[in-house]
Write a protein that binds this ligand. Structure first.
Ligand code: FES
Length: 191
């Protein structure tokens, strides 16, 4: 009588299980499924770590060295994922911002309420248009700054003055102010 194990040992084709599916194909299927589950398991902690808790967000802050920002120039720094505009205003820009009659403003606010006492050459803003959230232009020397010399939002044409107050809609409100403090005359801490 022939030895069945001898037949298996000499069998070179795919080995079939009782369902008739070649075992090699089954193994590939199982491996692919395992890889998909594995990728899912790895993706979650990564995504989770990109959403820090409110406590962590509240603690995070950014220091900005003001020394390199010359008069008339503005820069953008990132704080908690938001663009923060830091502009070094000229004497003319400060005077224009201070001289505006409040009843001409869409959201009346004196310039003095938007800068820190003794540091009115610096305007610090959250650079997110209050219309639909675009980032207005006006920080690079080549950027348009609008008719009021501040920032211009290219999305729907809103314009802000040198105090970040909206002067032309459709934006309904002034650019918001982030929490910040002067650590020295040449350094601020945002957050
Ligand atoms: S988002 Fe700025 S004008 Fe619409």
């Amino acid at each position: 009588m022939a030895d069945p194990s001898a037949a298996a040992a000499t069998h070179h084709g795919p080995i079939h299980d009782s369902t008739g599916v070649p075992r090699r194909d089954l193994l590939q299927l199982i491996t692919a499924a395992g890889a998909a589950i594995g990728a899912g398991a790895i993706a979650w902690p990564l995504i989770d770590s990109m959403n820090p808790s409110k406590d962590v967000l509240a603690l995070s802050s950014v220091e900005v060295d003001l020394t390199p920002i010359v008069e008339g120039q503005g820069i953008v720094v990132s704080w908690q994922g938001k663009p923060i505009f830091v502009r070094h205003r000229t004497a003319v820009e400060i005077k224009e911002a201070q001289d505006v009659k409040l009843n001409e403003l869409i959201e009346p606010q004196p310039d003095t309420a938007r800068v820190k006492p003794g540091h009115d050459q610096w305007i610090i803003l959250i650079g997110i248009c209050t219309h639909l959230g675009c980032i207005p232009l006006g920080n690079k020397p080549s950027d348009p700054r609008g008719d009021w010399g501040g920032w211009f939002c290219p999305c729907h044409g809103s314009q802000y003055d040198t105090s970040g107050r909206v002067r032309h809609g459709p934006a309904p409100a002034n650019l918001p102010l982030p929490p910040y403090a002067f650590e020295s005359d040449t350094k601020i801490k945002v957050g």
